[in-house]
Design a binder for this molecule. Structure first.
Ligand SMILES: NC(=O)c1ccc[n+]([C@@H]2O[C@H](COP(=O)([O-])OP(=O)(O)OC[C@H]3O[C@@H](n4cnc5c(N)ncnc54)[C@H](O)[C@@H]3O)[C@@H](O)[C@H]2O)c1
Length: 357
């Protein structure tokens, strides 16, 4: 039986980006990936997937996948990335998300238990979606509150900020796993939180160290240019490159923390090496809140496109504000270094050079 680092969903955006670090760290790397057609419509491997990665094109939610894998390999470290990731899509395609994200995690753990396999460590790529709207501050009362999800009726009335139970002006606080209670507003977010709970219970019972990284909005070269359900930065580049004005939702003041794939790869590799073993979930972002309007303007300017247009449209299930407090990330030795301006420039160049836009 050969020892390996297992990366579920390892042929995806993040899995491909970390592959070279894992292979260079002298690991045998096995990726189990079903090549979901929404992400990989051409069925081809990413240019960023290291050629030495052993690919098993199988579905993590099927028991046979695990039997086949464990007949050949013993995973010493597991990086669990396989997931359905469409936040808005998950509201109408809940089963898809539950099957892969929840059942897939359980099938993996049951298979390990059947063979008494206890990896040295499991690293989970969780999501900022577990926070939903996160914690907000009522400025007049100086009190924090956990908002209810913004209803369709509220958004249709262009009331964009979550409503305070105290009635005052509100301000979003940064996500900090040590103080922000999870409160998902999408089914995707609920399944990611469930993954965390399932892994925490299993790892706790069997004495396996668990690292949970809650990723903010990851973007960068190698993100599927085909998946219309994720990857807003790719979509903005596509529009701007075609000299179209980018339509910006709500009032343009939706806030996100766009973190470049290089910085996310550093965080995952640190966790693979044990840096986050003794910690609770670690928030992975840049710590810089960026409005969607600002992001659209930067990308429009890059391509000489017209000014973005605030269109007032909205998507049910979207949260108003998400950005990370990165103290815990810094404590594991990771300092994000790619600015949004630099990262967007690189993505734009990549999309153009590969003929994706
Ligand atoms: N990219 C982001 O902004 C972001 C943010 C927060 C969390 N995450 C998490 O990071 C992880 C990786 O995301 P990504 O950005 O690389 O997405 P991605 O879609 O590029 O990669 C996910 C991979 O999982 C595979 N997959 C899907 N269903 C599968 C199944 N049933 N069996 C085996 N493989 C399957 C897909 O084919 C794909 O290659 C996910 O767990 C996601 O929830 C990503």
């Amino acid at each position: 039986m050969k020892e390996c680092v297992l990366v579920t969903g390892g042929a995806g955006f993040i899995g491909s980006a970390i592959s070279k670090f894992l292979v260079e760290g002298r690991h045998t790397v096995v990726a189990i990936d079903s090549f979901l057609s929404q992400v990989h419509p051409t069925g081809t491997k990413s240019e960023f997937l290291h050629p030495e990665v052993v690919l098993l094109k199988r579905d993590v939610s099927e028991r046979d996948t695990w039997e086949e894998f464990l007949d050949q390999y013993t995973p010493t470290i597991v990086v669990h990335l396989a997931a359905e990731t469409g936040t808005a899509q998950s509201l109408t395609e809940s089963v898809r998300h539950s099957k892969v994200n929840v059942l897939g995690t359980s099938e993996m753990l049951d298979a390990f238990a059947r063979r008494a396999i206890k990896p040295e460590r499991i690293v989970l790529a969780s999501s900022r979606a577990v926070y939903g709207e996160g914690l907000w501050l009522d400025q007049a009362e100086d009190k924090t509150f956990l908002p209810e999800p913004r209803s369709h009726a509220q958004l249709a009335a262009s009331k964009w900020d979550p409503l305070s139970p105290y009635g005052g002006k509100v301000e979003a606080l940064k996500h900090d796993a040590s103080t922000t209670p999870p409160n998902p507003t999408s089914i995707y977010g609920a399944t990611k939180l469930t993954q965390e709970h399932i892994l925490k219970a299993w790892c706790g019972a069997f004495g396996v160290p668990l690292s949970v990284l809650r990723l903010q909005n990851v973007y960068g070269e190698g993100q599927s240019p085909h998946n219309s359900y994720t990857g807003i930065i790719n979509i903005f580049h596509k529009l701007a490159y075609a000299k179209e004005s980018i339509p910006v939702y709500e009032d343009g003041e939706i806030i996100r923390d766009f973190v470049h794939i290089d910085d996310v790869a550093k965080a995952i590799v640190a966790a693979v090496n044990g840096a986050a073993d003794q910690l609770g979930p670690v928030d992975v972002g840049t710590g810089r809140p960026t409005s969607i309007l600002e992001a659209a303007r930067i990308i429009a300017a890059m391509h000489g496109a017209p000014e973005p247009a605030i269109c007032g449209k909205f998507r049910d299930g979207d949260v108003r504000s998400a950005s990370a407090d990165i103290s815990a990330l810094k404590a594991i030795g990771v300092e994000p270094s790619v600015s949004f301006e630099e990262g967007s420039e690189r993505v734009g160049g990549w999309l153009i050079s590969r003929g994706y836009i």
